[in-house]
Design a protein around this ligand. Structure first.
Ligand code: GLY
Length: 307
């Protein structure tokens, strides 16, 4: 068994135009999510358990663009994407354009663990959820009054101006457990006023996240179309495999996102030694870290941040 560090959980609540009046709610939501994930790790649970628990908490918190309270698409509906990956086995599960599942990260885990497929979308993913006993909900229960107002504003602008500034407050988590296993998860409602059926990076293995015990785990947030074209999650993890510490890999990934495509985003990276990296070039990024010795929730500005 190769050397590994003590358990660590690193989470994010997205990078982008997080407004002033949501800063406190984001930090509180991150703390609650870290408590949920850390409770798993502290009692010997797996990295996958911790990632799922943290993301379920963020999906259930109406402040974030994931699960309930997500942004609305052009039909005025919530459409959710999520993925989870187990760094021990390289097993992965992704779901896209899901409208009737409250916690798409749970559905992604079900796909990972109970199907031979890696990715299910839309009606097929929802049928899979029903078959496996995951509760289904009416889409209206996922729509918050705040997002309904933003949707109405975006619809007024459409055709006059480009759609309102997209928000990118996807959520994600990476964890290292006591056995030395890494996992990654990411969940999102996507971008404001997105076309029906649009899928971003968050649920795509290697784009919105990746995990490999041989190198690192990463979860990303930001402009999904750019992150996909750079396969940036795998790119960051490969930098760790090549010898970069996670902070250097995170800095390099955001540097590449900006320099190569002029895009904005953020990511968290965690390696098997428990070293962390956090970087963003967005207006704000919300993130937090929890271990036996660290407990922080941070709203960082547009500079690259030290994890
Ligand atoms: N990064 C989230 C999205 O583009 O959907």
């Amino acid at each position: 068994v190769s050397e590994h560090g003590a358990p660590v959980l690193l989470v994010h609540g997205g990078a982008g135009h997080i407004p002033d009046d949501l800063v406190e709610a984001y930090l509180a939501g991150l703390r609650t999510a870290m408590d949920a994930g850390w409770a798993m790790l502290a009692r010997g649970g797996s990295a996958v358990d911790a990632v799922e628990a943290a993301i379920v908490s963020l999906e259930d918190d109406g402040s974030f663009d994931a699960g309930r309270g997500s942004v609305l698409n052009q039909d005025g509906r919530v459409q959710l994407d999520a993925m989870i990956m187990d760094g021990a086995s390289l097993a992965a599960g992704g779901v896209g354009a899901v409208e009737t599942v409250r916690n798409p990260i749970r559905l992604a885990r079900l796909v990972m663990e109970t199907s031979p497929q890696v990715y299910l979308v839309a009606a097929g993913a929802e049928r899979f959820a029903a078959t496996h006993g995951l509760p289904r909900v009416d889409n209206a229960t996922l729509v918050s009054p705040r997002e309904r107002r933003r949707f109405e504003a975006a619809r007024e602008l459409a055709g006059v101006d480009p759609p309102a500034a997209p928000v990118h407050d996807t959520v994600g988590a990476v964890a290292l457990d006591a056995e030395g296993n890494l996992a990654s998860g990411t969940s999102t409602g996507g971008t404001t006023y997105k076309p029906v059926g649009r899928i971003g990076d968050s649920s795509i293995v290697g784009a919105g996240g990746y995990a490999d015990n041989d190198s690192a785990a990463a979860s990303l947030t930001g402009e999904g179309e750019a992150i996909m074209r750079l396969v940036l999650g795998k790119w960051a993890v490969d930098r760790v495999a090549a010898g970069d510490p996670p902070q250097a890999a995170a800095d390099a990934a955001i540097g590449r996102l900006g320099a190569r495509l002029g895009a904005h985003g953020g990511l968290i990276v965690l390696d098997r030694l428990g070293r962390t990296g956090v970087a963003s070039n967005a207006f704000r990024m919300a993130w937090g870290v929890r271990s036996a010795t660290r407990s922080d929730a941070v709203m960082s500005g547009s500079d690259v941040d030290r994890g």
